[in-house]
Design a protein around this ligand. Structure first.
Ligand code: ZN
Length: 279
């Protein structure tokens, strides 16, 4: 297997190759992997940078926004020269500088019920770093329906949360692998005062959570360590505490429960909304 890697790759990924849990076989798995990252903002910045650096072979980037001066306090993928440019274009330029051999596919625009199934179909794994509940529920449902693993993180003020969802991997009577809906119930009504633009977010918080998200993506791709599926990680930056809560599937979940009512993506079901947290 090792002769499949070029001399440059042997050097670039040397610190992975010496890890028994990765090695040349694991690195080749990463190079062959296709990962979709939803949001090229606060969470997407460290997430995309580390996935590119790690040699994840193909990255898809979804975003509908342009770089704004107020993004630069935490969105380290972009720089001052990027202001006004589409975030997807700015992201591609930076990621190519980090690792030219990574193929980056742009998806300009927000994921919608009309587009989500087609967009995620091309990828092995999906990461959600979006800034609104409508996208979170839509992506959860689409990933479950297509049997894709979803690594999800969210941030606000000084708090972050992280989990992995792969309810499609559950077998009957097993109390494992809840989906996002199992944990959080129905899509909440939007509170107009609960956006990051209003309540704020610490500069380095998405750095912590996006890096953890990248770590979980790599673990899922390599099938190493313990998955975060069935566990919700809560980080409180002010007290510097990490708490892990165990989570079970909800038998009455409308998506992954025993009598599902969500069996396809119906556009009327998903309420569009403005950003809850500008990641
Ligand atoms: Zn569920």
């Amino acid at each position: 297997m090792i002769e499949d890697l070029t001399d440059e790759q042997l050097e670039r990924y040397a610190r992975h190759l010496v890890l028994p849990e990765i090695g040349d076989e694991g690195q080749e798995k990463l190079l062959a992997a296709k990962v979709l990252v939803i949001g090229a903002g606060g969470l997407g910045s460290p997430l995309l940078l580390y996935l590119a650096a790690a040699g994840v072979g193909r990255l898809g980037v979804v975003d509908d926004d342009a770089v704004d001066l107020s993004n630069l306090q935490r969105q380290v993928l972009h720089n001052t020269d990027s202001i006004g440019r589409h975030k997807v274009e700015s992201a591609i330029q930076r990621l190519k500088q980090v690792n030219p051999e990574v193929e980056v596919t742009p998806h300009k625009g927000r994921l919608t019920p009309e587009t989500v199934m087609e967009v995620i179909a091309d990828y092995d794994l999906v990461c959600d770093g979006s800034d609104n509940f409508a996208t979170r529920y839509l992506v959860n449902d689409a990933c479950y329906l297509q049997g894709k693993t979803l690594v999800s993180a969210a941030i606000m003020r000084f708090d972050g949360q992280l989990s992995t969802f792969k309810a499609h991997a559950r077998h009957d009577h097993e109390e494992a692998h809840p989906c996002y809906r199992c944990l959080f119930g129905e899509q909440p009504e939007r509170d107009p005062k609960q956006s990051c633009a209003d309540v704020g977010v610490l500069a380095s918080l998405p750095g912590v959570m996006g890096s953890l998200q990248a770590t979980e993506v790599i673990k899922e791709l390599l099938e190493i360590g313990e998955s975060m599926s069935g566990r919700l990680l809560l980080y409180d930056a002010l007290s510097t505490t990490f708490r892990t809560i165990k989570a079970k599937p909800d038998p009455a979940c409308p998506l992954c429960g025993s009598q599902p009512t969500i069996t396809s993506i119906e556009p009327d079901f998903y309420r569009p909304e403005e950003a809850v947290c500008a990641t």
